[in-house]
Design a binder for this molecule. Structure first.
Ligand code: C5P
Length: 205
């Protein structure tokens, strides 16, 4: 596809957005941007002692390859820098131009359908209960050798959800025209099939 077509995928921590977004992007042959990585890269720099706004203004694509961006400590730091309006505005243009690239784009995050791409051609809001999300994240972390407990993962997920939902700037919430997908009782193949069917309906319009 030569024209721009933006798919916005939002939802809370560990809802399956990443896996779903990659599968949707591969299906349609679109580029994919995990916008959480931008905030994680800024959070990682904060942990190294850098000013968060300066880190966001000077972020490069190399910073997105940094080690340990997936750690629970970096996730918490990401959600702390994400409440800062100047951090969010420093990351805005990059996300918007990615979204309008020729050939189609999938962006996943918290505010893609509401703030970054309010005119996205298709919007999904992917969610699941906090317990299910914590179980999935715990399994991932345990497989990668982390010693974190399931109770700590659940507490982290809930803390991050509350900070993301209650912030003044671009809070986590579904766009009015988003299609809701609750993956609590769904395997990933079913979630992907549901997402693709919903997007195909929009593409046909
Ligand atoms: O999606 P992920 O869990 O990697 O995001 C890490 C943190 O970055 C989130 O908890 C949230 O605070 C922030 N974030 C955001 N807006 C986005 C993507 C992520 O505020 N579009």
């Amino acid at each position: 596809m030569a024209r721009a077509f933006t798919i916005a995928i939002d939802g809370p921590a560990a809802a399956g957005k990443g896996t779903l977004s990659k599968a949707v992007a591969a299906h349609f042959g679109f580029a994919h941007l995990d916008t959480g990585l931008l905030y994680r890269a800024v959070g990682a720099k904060l942990l190294l002692g850098m000013d968060a706004v300066m880190a966001a203004r000077t972020l490069t694509t190399d910073d997105l390859q940094a080690e340990d961006l997936r750690s629970p400590e970096v996730a918490q730091a990401a959600s702390k820098v994400a409440v800062i309006a100047d951090v969010r505005s420093a990351l805005l243009d990059f996300q918007r131009s990615f979204a309008r690239r020729a050939g189609g784009a999938v962006l996943d995050g918290r505010d893609i359908g509401t703030v970054i791409c309010p005119n996205a051609e298709a919007k999904l809001f992917v969610t699941a209960s906090a317990e299910v999300r914590a179980d999935r994240r715990f399994a991932e972390l345990a497989a990668s050798g982390s010693a974190i407990s399931r109770a700590q993962v659940l507490a982290d997920v809930k803390e991050r959800d509350a900070r993301d939902r209650d912030r003044a700037e671009a809070p986590l919430k579904p766009a009015a025209d988003a299609i809701l997908i609750d993956t609590s009782d769904m395997d990933i193949d079913t979630a992907v099939a549901e997402a693709i069917a919903a997007i195909e309906a929009r593409l046909a319009d």
